[in-house]
Design a protein around this ligand. Structure first.
Ligand SMILES: COc1ccc2c(n1)CCN(C(C)=O)[C@H]2C(=O)Nc1ccc(OCc2ccccc2OC)cc1
Length: 244
């Protein structure tokens, strides 16, 4: 059982882990959110060759995933898990946490997402050839923005998404489960104190997140069939370790 002090310490750990690794400050993202690409810039990006656009996007999101790995390492208990389980959790959760964090850099008024310094519409990513992946990403960000999560809520939602005790291949499932339950308890405690319990029923289901991640893996495989050497030669090692 968790004492009030342990609960408070755990809450601080989760919130600090998020705050210290969130890559972009909320206020900076807000300032930029009305900076959109000119039609000329849009056109030039839409005409980039598929392999070039894939490489640019993969490099940017891999930078973001570095921060997500750092977030996981700072969660108390994560580093005490056996290395195999740490990898299993990150392989399953990295892209899921990217999507959750991406909603912080999403402008739901005009459906644009932060990309290379400005906010981009869906069409900008045309040359990637994965319209369904990008549109389901946009839909997901839209639905998460509607909940208007605080940074604290975002931190807990991310930690609970990462520490998924139901994952196949986990060797010490009970340890992940104990961590998950503690964080869930601290989250419920926060929501009760802030009268935000209702969001628990409105958070996106696990299945939604994992279906978008599945789509990402499918599109990656199609890309690799079209450009077999690019993925090996030009994609960052972390991206290859997690997704290839
Ligand atoms: C954590 O939240 C955020 C939010 C925005 C950004 C970042 N982090 C990192 C820094 N960044 C920069 C430098 O642009 C932003 C970015 O990468 N934006 C962006 C990249 C690719 C997109 O769709 C393509 C795609 C998506 C998923 C998987 C494969 C994909 O293509 C192959 C859409 C938007």
């Amino acid at each position: 059982m968790l004492s009030a002090t342990e609960l408070e310490l755990l809450m601080q750990n989760v919130v600090f882990a998020h705050q210290e690794t969130c890559q972009f400050r909320q206020e900076n993202l807000q300032i930029l959110r009305w900076e959109t690409f000119t039609p000329e810039e849009m056109q030039s990006l839409q005409q980039k060759p598929m392999d070039q656009m894939w490489e640019r996007c993969v490099c940017h999101i891999t930078d973001a995933i570095q921060y997500i790995v750092e977030f996981a390492k700072r969660l108390s208990g994560f580093m005490d898990l056996n290395p195999n389980d740490q990898i299993v959790l990150l392989k399953a959760g990295a892209m899921e946490l990217l999507l959750i964090r991406m909603s912080r850099a999403f402008n739901w008024y005009n459906s644009t997402v932060f990309f290379e310094g400005k906010y981009a519409q869906l069409e900008l990513f045309h040359s990637l050839g994965c319209h369904d992946l990008i549109s389901s990403m946009f839909e997901f960000c839209q639905s998460l923005c509607a909940l208007n999560l605080s940074e604290h809520e975002m931190a807990f939602f991310s930690a609970m998404t990462l520490l998924d005790p139901s994952l196949h291949w986990l060797q010490e499932r009970h340890k992940v489960d104990t961590l998950y339950r503690k964080i869930h308890l601290a989250f419920r405690n926060l929501l009760q104190r802030t009268h935000r319990e209702f969001i628990l029923t409105k958070l996106p289901e696990k299945e939604k997140l994992s279906s978008i991640c599945q789509l990402h893996l499918e599109k990656l495989n199609i890309f690799r069939q079209m450009y077999p050497s690019i993925a090996w030669e030009r994609f960052p090692p972390l991206y290859k370790e997690l997704f290839i």
